[in-house]
Design a protein around this ligand. Structure first.
Ligand SMILES: [Zn+2]
Length: 484
């Protein structure tokens, strides 16, 4: 980041100093108090960003990057990146903690029940259509929400979506300016090569303002080996970290480093499975009595008939599985108000797998479990001129990332479930992180004011008493000759 960041910081300082000379002292004091008390941005308007438009934003998702991988594995490139920016140690993602629902949440700020991408496999009772992740280009599944790469077009920006879930779908009859559908054979180097070209633009058209880039690791290896396989995960996380190093060096060689903001995050974590932790639905209900729309660890059950009896048998089927009628799904999961949620859902405890028809365990890691579990949480790192440097917070909701990105891009957000209250503290131009400093400043100002008032009153009293003494002296002077 080095020189470029330093240049921008210097420019920003000069602008603030010019403001100070122009603004009268009392208004300046009011401005300081507003910043301290209300968290009003200290120096956004009038800055270079306002003149040139917002800085471009690149969002990268490394699928299945469990938050504690950061503590368990070296990750030197990622650690260097967040030492120059911000780290959110855990992102509270949305239920169900699967790839498609959470990637759509990141670019819409909506819970799954609101954006409509509820699982990897869905059934829509209105259209009678089925959805399978990876083949879901039918717009009707995605059209209940609008991803940022579409919304930002309305602000006059070019956008890009590189293999992000939904990037090749016509949403509101549009796609991003540049996009590529998912293709596992395209390397990370090739993906970042395209994205940097799109960010740079060319002589004919400007670069994109928002780009979303997807990479499938460490999810693929996490499923295959399980997160507890330290040797295997160490190898793949080194590759992921090398890719982060490649990303940074590509941004530097193209001159984008220090001129864009970068958000690196993920969709979910990963839990270790075991052949000893299997829940067999066939032990409780015959598979012909229902359709298994989605399987594990959250099974979506569409009973063929007599759903009451089927629910009764499933609810006592296994001590490590909770059955919910759709209407009784807890509010905190935000997973009820959508017709694509089936009449019964079954939620396995962490590390347990639900199977039917005699299937066995085919992988060692999985996700999709309750989003309150730390093992399901990913992380977030952000860097660039708009972010603070060397700052970290313990957690943030994934729905809050969308309003943060809209704020960075000055794009009016679509209705969403997120909030800027916590996320804005990650920004360099915000005063909220300096709360204790702010309180000290306010107390200091009050103390000075109180001292000035007391001094003034004491001096007035003292002056009045001296004045009276002088009057008496004068009177005495006047009177004295009479007595002489
Ligand atoms: Zn995923």
């Amino acid at each position: 980041m080095g020189e470029t960041r330093l240049e921008m910081a210097t420019t920003s300082t000069i602008i603030e100093e010019e403001d100070i000379y122009r603004v009268p002292a009392d208004r300046m004091l009011l401005k300081v108090l507003l910043v301290v008390l209300c968290g009003v941005p200290a120096s956004v308007s009038g800055g270079s960003e306002a003149q040139q438009g917002p800085l471009p934003l690149l969002m990268v998702s490394f699928d299945g990057f469990r938050a504690d991988y950061l503590q368990r594995f070296p990750m030197p490139n990622l650690k260097l990146l967040y030492s120059q920016g911000v780290l959110v140690e855990q992102i509270t993602n949305v239920f169900i903690t699967k790839t498609f629902p959470n990637h759509y949440t990141l670019v819409t700020g909506l819970y799954a029940e609101s954006h409509g991408i509820l699982a990897s496999h869905m059934y829509d009772p209105v259209s009678h259509k089925y959805f399978h992740a990876g083949q879901g280009v039918d717009p009707m599944w995605w059209s209940k929400a609008q991803p940022l790469w579409i919304t930002a077009l309305d602000s006059g920006y070019k956008t890009a979506a590189m293999m992000w879930p939904g990037s090749d779908v016509l949403i509101s009859n549009r796609t991003a300016t540049h996009f590529l559908p998912y293709d596992v054979s395209v390397t990370f180097r090739q993906r970042i090569g395209n994205v940097t070209k799109w960010l740079l633009g060319n002589g004919k058209e400007p670069g994109v303002k928002f780009a979303a880039l997807y990479w499938e690791e460490p999810d693929t290896s996490g499923h295959k080996y399980g997160p507890d396989d330290t040797a295997a995960m160490s190898k793949v996380l080194k590759e992921v970290d090398d890719n982060i190093g490649l990303l940074v060096s590509k941004l530097k060689s193209t001159g984008l480093w220090g001129r864009i903001n970068i958000v690196i995050t993920s969709d979910h974590g990963m839990a270790q499975l075991s052949a000893k932790r299997i829940i067999r639905l066939d032990d409780c209900v015959h598979p012909d009595e229902y359709t298994l729309v989605d399987s594990s660890p959250v099974a979506a059950i569409l009973p063929h008939e007599d759903s009451k009896t089927i629910f009764s048998r499933l609810s006592t089927c296994h001590p490590h599985m909770t059955a919910y009628l759709k209407r009784d799904i807890p509010d905190r999961l935000h997973y009820r108000n959508n017709e694509r949620i089936q009449p019964i859902i079954l939620v396995a405890d962490e590390g347990w797998t639900i199977v039917q028809r005699g299937n066995t365990l085919s992988k060692m890691g999985d996700h999709g479990y309750d989003n309150s579990l730390p093992s399901m949480h990913p992380f977030m790192v952000a860097a660039g001129p708009s972010f603070r440097e060397g700052y970290r917070i313990s957690s943030l909701r994934s729905v809050d990332i969308y309003p943060l990105m809209c704020h960075l891009l000055s794009v009016p957000p679509q209705p969403n479930n997120g909030s800027l209250i916590q996320a804005r503290c990650l920004l360099a131009a915000e005063a909220c992180g300096n709360l204790s400093l702010g309180i000290s400043l306010v107390l200091g100002i009050l103390l000075v004011l109180a001292t000035v008032i007391l001094l003034f009153r004491w001096r007035r009293k003292h002056w009045q008493s001296r004045s009276r003494a002088f009057q008496r002296l004068q009177m005495d002077d006047d009177v004295e000759p009479l007595f002489e």
